[in-house]
Design a protein around this ligand. Sequence first.
Ligand code: SF4
Length: 416
Amino acid sequence: MIPIIPAGSGKPAEPASTGNPQLWLKPGQIALPGSPPLSLYVHIPWCVRKCPYCDFNSHAAPGGQDSHDIPEDRYLDALRADLEQSLPLVWGRPVHTVFLGGGTPSLLSAAGMDRLLSDIRALLPLDADAEITMEANPGTFEAERFASYRASGINRLSIGIQSFNDAHLQALGRIHGEKEARAAIDIALRHFDNVNLDLMYALPGQTIDECVRDLESALSYGTAHLSLYHLTLEPNTLFAKFPPALPDEDLAYEMQDIIEARTAQAGYRHYETSAYARPHREARHNLNYWRFGDYLGIGAGAHGKLSFPNRILRQMRHKHPATYMDQAMAGNAVQEAREVGADELPFEFMLNALRLTDGVPASSFHDYTGLPLHAIGKMLAAAEQKGLLEADPTTIKPTELGRRFLNDLQEMFLKD
Ligand code: SF4
């Protein structure tokens, strides 16, 4: 039994089981014309070591210093129990994409991954052509295991490279160096044709030349997708406590401009704030988030968003892996469930949609929030007037200025 927080109250109501869909089917403030596409997110919460800049729900593997050992069987039992308890909330809805994130999902053994995907297939109606992505980190790559992952049904690999520069990788606390990064990409490309490389820029002490070298190294592999992130200091991380010297804003902008030009030259489209894809190779799972689609999130600390005819629900699982496993096995994987208020929906929708270079069709605002478009008419007009949104009534699309000042644009949709 967990507390449900009703829209607008900010306080838990009477305890009730969120697995009972009847609770979410009562009349409410919004009217959705249908269900948005549904994705599944699975969180694997362990890494070999915790990186000093990381604010994800990731924990050093419990086997001790630099261990690869995780309580795999028990965690897979918990994931299956969590999924079984969640089924009444998504009954009969097809799942278009699956994302195994973390943490480091590539710490799972080949047999463990096979079991996880079999459980997912047995319990959910997965599309025949579902995109199934797994995150992997260099240093956890073994050629044999990656062939098995592919055979189990993983069809997209996202590799956390971050840099090809040994000194920068060390400053970032990564367990791999350039050699391991390159070996991981070679193995990945042997088994997968849909590969994403994660790279970061504006790293401690990074020069323009070093940034260009990293970028050119990544481009040389010709992967389907690149994610290029500006390193930021997140609260509650080691870097926030002991901040390293980072390139100043002008230098970071210069790096961003170079990235923009070189990726375009190499045939990648900058289709989202940090995402670059070859034609038709956009990340379908992430696109569903940005379009405000639905996702069931299972695993320690996983978040989910699910729509019902008259309300939208957000869920969060217990964060600590040990607590999560105990609670999931006892039938209580969800720590918090909250209805999103009608007054919060415009900002939540725009926070995602405005990250997309092409924006979204204007009609999707009603389709995915259940609110009429005129509910945000004044905000749209104000953003257009400031030159932050395109003046096209059929789409909600940021201008170039809007993309540069994305935070300001998104904040215009906050409730008063
Ligand atoms: S490998 Fe990734 S998820 Fe794990 S601690 Fe480092 S940044 Fe975080």
